[in-house]
Ligand binder design. Sequence first.
Ligand SMILES: Cc1cc2nc3c(=O)[nH]c(=O)nc-3n(C[C@H](O)[C@H](O)[C@H](O)COP(=O)(O)O)c2cc1C
Length: 201
Amino acid sequence: MEGLGADGIIAVNNGAGGHLGNIPASVLVPALKSVCKIPVISAGGVGTGSGILSMLALGADGLSIGTPFIATKESGVSDEYKKACVDYSAEDIVVTTKLSGSRCTVLNTPYVKKIGTDQNILENLLSKNKQIKKYAKMLTYYKGMKAIEKAAFSATYKNVWCAGTSVEFTNEIGTIKGIVDRFKSEMTEAENNLLKTLGRV
Ligand SMILES: Cc1cc2nc3c(=O)[nH]c(=O)nc-3n(C[C@H](O)[C@H](O)[C@H](O)COP(=O)(O)O)c2cc1C
């Protein structure tokens, strides 16, 4: 990507909300830092100030944080989706290929439990067929993203709500400023604790 002229790289790890990677941040960030000159932005699994500090310690130049901001007053998604982010925790996050053909994290709602998280035999066959797999994938992706959009913004029993494991730290419907302020104070606390652990203070 650097060779193609990218200004930076979003390193989506295996803890990310939405379409996730396969590699943990502890491996992905240092691996990319050792070969890239452009900034590496770590994406996934961070919902606390200590999490931010840990990514910076790994060498990340910045972070992309998504899940913690779903349940905010400013967010345009439905109240049901926001409430689910408050009620559900890390262990309620499942990975599904049903929505887009690619691995994507969702809250394990009763509807997700009902439809399952794997593509059916027909979808599987179509996505493996050389001639039509590109079109089959495009169609699955289009249908899946429409379903996600519908579930996010309107009342439906077909609740497919995207979120990552950092939903663990969403305990109320807050504001963006409130969350950023919490991150800042948690970072200071984590930094002080770390310095104590390292015997530097
Ligand atoms: C509900 C939701 C929707 C997302 N939509 C997109 C998207 O349209 N395009 C994109 O590149 N990333 C998208 N992402 C991924 C985020 O940009 C970011 O990489 C990811 O959320 C970081 O992981 P976290 O949610 O664990 O913080 C989405 C993530 C979530 C949770």
